[in-house]
Design a protein around this ligand. Sequence first.
Ligand code: SF4
Length: 395
Amino acid sequence: MKKVHDVTATPLDVQPTPLALLLLGREADPKSERGVECPGDLPAASDPDLVERARAAKAKLGDKVFVLGHHYQRDEVIQFADVTGDSFKLARDAAARPQAEYIVFCGVHFMAESADILTRDDQQVVLPDLAAGCSMADMATAEQVAECWDVLTEAGVAQDTVPVSYMNSSADIKAFTGRHGGTICTSSNAKRALEWAFGQGEKVLFLPDQHLGRNTAVRDLGMSLDDCVVYNPHKPGGGLTAEQLRNAKMILWRGHCSVHGRFGLDSVADVRERIPGVNVLVHPECKHEVVAAADHVGSTEYIIKTLDAAPAGSAWAIGTELNLVRRLANAHPDKQIVFLDKTVCFCSTMNRIDLPHLVWALESLAEGNVVNRIRVDEETEHFAKLALERMLALP
Ligand code: SF4
């Protein structure tokens, strides 16, 4: 998986050029990327008719297609979304559209998997570019997590441990969670998920985002940083002793989001100096010290609602993905809304879904050719659904 693409020194009020990003996902690199190739003809990014072609293919498909657009998608793609939202909302929206034969998910791989899990078997979920993965989800593989469970078993703590997995995880990890009596959470309900889990057992194994796990445990549940340990899948025994595992309440998987993980204390200090009186609002996938230094912390939906309710003339520095921040800045010209960091930062894998890939997917579907279908096998789906249903039943 490639690293986040950085375009340095581009202020937010200048529209960053999409050119460099348009190149991502075009070339097959079988060593580091999965399924980058598009069978058939991918339209050229320079084709002036792309918008018209997308419109025509979508109109031809009518109610048969339902296009989902994640908040972090590019504007050129979002304009064709029937609904926008975070990954869980989108998966539920898809499930509420049984008449749609095709669900085109403009997001990343784990989101399309979740949509496949929650929709009917005869609904086909399509990801316009198979290389649109998530670096965080890829940081926890099924084999690594199974090995971790063996380590916990050997330390004698597995029976007291409840797995809680963030929505941003593969279907395999969700299924592991379901199999071991755990639940899924989103950044909106992580507190409730942890409270529920601590009612079921003494410890939580939190996957795969260490920051969301730590921030929720410390900020919302009043734990101390010493209650948390980090399990590193690249070290024998996770890099932890049996005693450390026995003493810990939160066993955090060593994963993080490449976008939110880049914000540091210096970003907060710098923006406070540049914009006196600015409100710093960050996503809980940010590092603990950043969250502790911020004025407000919350999920994508929380960020959107907070800015909707903010008074005219107020100033905000937002620590989340740039496409969303830029759209929010455009939607609220009466407020000063800037990206938290001085340098811009898109989620590069999200940005793989561009207009040429969307046109290619829609036109293929309009011709009756289902491309890039995302399917979760029956057993994985069964256990992943169990974990998702536990989340839906959270008090
Ligand atoms: S923003 Fe972070 S968590 Fe979201 S898809 Fe990109 S890498 Fe994954």
